[in-house]
Design a protein around this ligand. Structure first.
Ligand code: AMP
Ligand code: ZN
Length: 119
């Protein structure tokens, strides 16, 4: 389904739940995590409602590739320092045992000067 009326991240994308937006294009959306672990912590997600990484198919390869190439650009814009002295972490929690809390696929980008709260 394109949008799930019960999904908080779909509501953020539609603008009915507020967020601090980092980036938007026709396919992708990014916003700051409400409970950051680190000085930089934002989420990149497809606008289309996909429940988790477990639902990805070959048709999603280009979209996921775009997320992975957008991540370093946005990480630097948001204050992560350059590789190799700086850097960031990319995390995709998937399912209950993977620690996924919000069931709309999202990629965490976490970074900035240490210490971090977690990780
Ligand atoms: P995950 O455990 O990977 O599903 O992570 C969900 C993330 O979404 C957590 O880091 C939450 O802090 C974050 N989150 C949940 N609700 C919101 C919201 N309304 N705005 C921004 N971030 C949120
Ligand atoms: Zn959704």
């Amino acid at each position: 389904m394109a949008s799930d009326p019960h999904c908080v991240f779909c509501k953020i994308i539609e603008g009915t739940v507020p967020s601090r937006k980092v980036y938007e294009d026709e396919e992708l959306f990014a916003f700051h995590d409400i409970a950051p672990w680190a000085p930089v912590h934002f989420l990149i997600l497809p606008k289309r409602h996909i429940a988790s990484m477990a639902q990805l198919t070959e048709q999603d390869a280009a979209m996921m590739g775009r997320i992975m190439t957008l991540a370093p650009r946005l990480a630097l814009e948001q204050g992560c320092r350059p590789y190799p002295g700086g850097g960031w972490r990319v995390v995709i929690n998937t399912g209950a045992e993977g620690g996924q809390e919000v069931h709309h696929l999202h990629v965490h980008v976490i970074g900035g000067p240490r210490p971090w709260l977690k990780g």
